[in-house]
Design a protein around this ligand. Sequence first.
Ligand SMILES: *Cc1c(COP(=O)(O)O)cnc(C)c1O
Length: 438
Amino acid sequence: MKRYDSRETGYLPEHFYNIKADLPELPPPPLNPLTRQPLRPEELEPVFCRGFIQQEISLERFIPIPGRVLEAYAQYRPTPLVYASGLRKYLDTPARIFYKYEGVGPAGSHKTNTALMQAYLASQEGIETLTTETGAGQWGSALAYACSQFGLQARVFMVRSSYRQKPGRRIMIQLFGGQVEESPGPSTASGRKYYQENPEHPGSLGIAISEAVEAAISQPATRYSLGSVLDAVLMHQTIIGLEAIKQCQEFGLEPDLVIGCVGGGSNFAGLCFPFMTKRLQGKNGQRFIAVEPEACPSLTAGRLQYDHGDSVGLTPLLYMHSLGKDFVPPPIHAGGLRYHGMAPLVSHLVRMGLVEARAYSQKQIFAAAEIFLKTEGILPAPESAHAIAAVIDEALEARKSKKELHILFNLSGHGFLDINAYDQNGRKFQPGDPAPAR
Ligand SMILES: *Cc1c(COP(=O)(O)O)cnc(C)c1O
C-alpha cells in the first residue's frame, strides 16, 4: 500500500495558523459564569486537557502540528481543491468557482481535523476518556474515530431526536468504538433534570453539552472535547486554508471571495482565516461570506453578548453572537448548523466588518444541493449546501455584472448519511431545467 508521508513530500502544512497574532484588537475574554471575572486558564483544567487550554490562550502566530497528528492527517490530507467547471457551465457565469472538499475525511466532514489533534493532546496527558455532545452525529463520529487512533474511549451524548431519527451516524460512532447515550438521559444530573420531566424529551445541543461537561468533571482521567466555537478548534481547522493557499497558487488563482457555512464557525474559519491575513494588513479587498440557516440565524439575527455555550449554564460565558442559551432551533435537516451561538472569533470579525453574514432557507439550500449534485457529482451535506446557495447567488450576480471573479468555498462534508433528508426535500429539479435567474 502506498503510504504518503507528508513530511517527505512537504505537502501538508506543519503548523496551524493562529489569527489572534494578527488581529489589531482581541475579542473580549471568556468570563467565569459565577464571578463574571475573566476566566483564569487553570479554571478550565477540570474540563479540558492542559495542552488544549494552552492552545486556546496562545497568541503565537504558528503552532506546530505534532508528527503523529501529521501522520494521521496524511491518511486523508491534503484534501482536493476542485475547479467546479460543471457548476460554472450550468450557471453560465464568468465567475471561476473552486471548492475545497473536506468530505474525503474518515467521518465525511472537516471535523476530524480538530478531533485528531484533541485526542492526541489528551493521550499525551494520560487521559483515558473524552466526553462530548453531538447533534446529527458528525462531530461524535469524528471524535470516536480520533479516539480510536490514539487509544482513548469516546463517550458521546447524542441529542435524542437525532439518535432516534438518524441512526446512520450513531452506528458510525459505535463502529469506531465510541459509546453513545441518548440525551437528555438519566446518567447525569443535568440530563435527569429534563429526563424526569419527560423521558421522551427531544433534547438539544445545549443540553447535551451540559451533560458531556458534567460527565467530564465528575469522572477521573476524563476530559471534555468540543467540536467547534473555541479559538483552538478554529485554529486546528486552518489546515484547510493553509493547504488551499498552496493549491490556489498551483492553479494561479487568487480568490476574490471566500465562502463557508457556519454552525459554530469552525469550517468557515478554517478555510478563511489563513486568507484573511492579507486583508487584515490592508493588502487586498478579498471578501468573506459566512452562511447560516434562516431557522438558526445567530449572526444575522442574534445579539452580540456574553452568553453560555450550554443550556444549564456550566460553561464559561463567551462574548459571541447568540440567540440565547435557551433557544431551541426548529428541527431543520442541517443538524450541524443548529447551535444558538457562534465562535467568538467569527463574531468579532463580523463586528469588525471583515466578514459578511447571510442566511438561507431550507428550501433554497436543498435546491442548491441538487444543482451541485447534478453538475459536480457530489451529494453535499445539507450544512455545506448553505455555502453552495451563496456561491450560486454570487456567480449569478457576476453574470449580470460580467465580472470574472474567483470564488472559493468550503465543501465541508458529503451528504450520504443525510440521504433521508434528500428523500423528503429533494427532486425539485429535472435534468435540463434552465439555470436559475437572478
Ligand atoms: C458540523 C458541521 C458544520 C458546522 O460546524 P462549523 O463548526 O460551523 O464548521 C458544517 N458542515 C458540516 C459538514 C458539519 O459536519
